[in-house]
Design a protein. Sequence first.
Length: 75
Amino acid sequence: MTPADLDRRAELTIWPSHYPAQVAKEYTFATLREALAAAARAIDAENAQPWIITEDGDILSPRWIRANTGSSRLQ
């Protein structure tokens, strides 16, 4: 992943950790940067399991998101 990828479109799916899978929420973001920020907020606030699909088709797991969403990494 390159810094330019942060400015490309991404889709975020948030799977709640305490509800059945059919209540997952899906969102589309103009940038991967926005999707990562929303995913990090969901992890912190809801203990959720966010998954991101980038414009290029890369799938970012909750573990990857947790490891790569430090505030300095999203700049």
